[in-house]
Ligand binder design. Sequence first.
Ligand code: ZN
Length: 625
Amino acid sequence: MLSSYIPLKKITIILTIGLICLFTNTYAQKYDPFDGKAQDFHARLTRYFKSPEDEKASLKLLSDSTAAFHKDSVWNLNNLRVHLDRYESLLVSQQRHLQYYRLVCYKNNKDTLAQHTGQKIDESIDVLQNTVNGILQKVPFTTINSTQLNKYNLVKYQYLLAQAKQNAVHNLSDHDERLINKLLDDHLIDRYDALMDNIKADSITYNGKKYNPVNDKQIFLKSPDSLLRKMGMTAYYQAYANHAEVLAATLIDITKQRTALFKAYGFKSAPERTYAHKLQLSEASVKQMLTEMTTHADVLKAYQQLQTDQVKRITGISHVHSWDTTLPMGFTWQPLPFSKVQPLVLDALAPLGTEYVQHFAYLLNPANGELDIAQGPNRVTEFTSVGFPRVPESLYMKSYGGALSDVSRLIHEGGHAIHEQFMSENLSVPSYVKGPTFLYESYAMLNELLLLDALEKKDTTVKGKAFYTKQFLDKLSLEVFTSAEEGSFEQGLYDGVVAGNINTQADVDSLYAGIMNKYDSYFPNEPQRHSEWINKRLVFDDPLYNVNYLYAMLVTCKLYELQHNDSKAFATDYTALLKNGFDAPANVLLKKFMGFDLNNTALLSGALQLMRDKTAQLKALYAQY
Ligand SMILES: [Zn+2]
């Protein structure tokens, strides 16, 4: 399967974007955003290899040199620099083939040969990385000191060596590792996916028309009829709640399994390991952030109240529910052809500085062959940058249809592409392209906020301005507050299961309700949502990941604030941060380049103030309706 070598982060990102894109492009099929020039919007594969034959020959040579590298087992301080240089160079060559195959496979999901070859290359990269890490996790490399780093010309590899040493603490014997892997495979996640795929519900009839509660959620949410919305959403929640008992058991089993797994690796708890791994933060620090967040629920509630009042005013509904708040408020987005997206996106990104905009302009020029966004018959549903240092950069989107969600994806995924391009031009150690996901997501989300700002400024109508301001607020409340709710739920789940307090569906529901009642002013009046946690796929598929979105958006908001305070200095510092890659922990990099760190209180205050300001702005606009 191709998906096995699409990094998980990309999949999770698609899920998040999916949440904000209720207004997706149903008209995309009929509308031609490329003005009859769709053929220009496919990436040029000759940027990777002159021809498929050339690629095959190159891959054969690479396989030989990789085998030779593995055979050369004598590693010592004298030859470490040479070995690491060779390793990085092999990694780049392997990645050139891998990124090429990713593109080929995205463009044609029927190309099983390319999928197979891509998977083999991916495995070969894993073996290469694991081998080198295994070597670096042993003496004398774990005891290397600064004098030796200088003496053996290893300063640039300092962080690589430090990371290997850090991971070595949690190594198990091969025998134990094999046993654990055998016991703890993905069968529980598979069970969740199978259950969810098979959830059915009896159809409901309204005004003589039949609806399927599981498939017609978007129809319910978009319906101007409040009774249909309520009836439909109630049936939707009920369809999943009917299976809550077995899904709660699955969730509790996943929680127990992961707790045991990470304890075997020497961690105190699953959260401790996951936060350290993904956020580079301690469990105590994340818990403190989640507790602090609950004291600011009033900021979310104020926005919800504003929406409630506006929906009441426009529709006359007396009891407004959560499913009423996505109703259109008198503004309809018009599909945007690509020729108009280019200037819009570049204008929106101007605050990030000339160099950033120049790079983005190059990406968006189809003549340069980096874009692969026009639709085709067998394209994979994926939206992602495709790149690695010293390898050509590409941007793949299943299609571009001119919807706002398409433009948001373009500026978000394009942001990842530009970041990769900056690193490609500047990194002396290609491995430093990899860092904590939340950090590079925060950069891409900054682009989305800047896009909404630019659209809001450009629009001359009150309803248009209100529409973009609401989009901005929805994005903020999703990433900050929904992520905080989910983060608290997961932390509570792990704590509760370990303590023996969470054993049944009622326990899980009660944990969820306790958190939601604090944050969400709609929840107490919507008993239908008691088992809403079922639809939070990441809670099952990638446990304890949700809180990453909270940190990502908090960093985004801080960057946004700095940009607004001193745009010139910001552009210079920010570009330097992007070019630097990840040769230190996130906290250190943010402090060094941007002057702030992941200190909870300071980071939070900026995001909350931005949300208050935007809520006030929206209130003033609604007043003019
Ligand atoms: Zn992203």
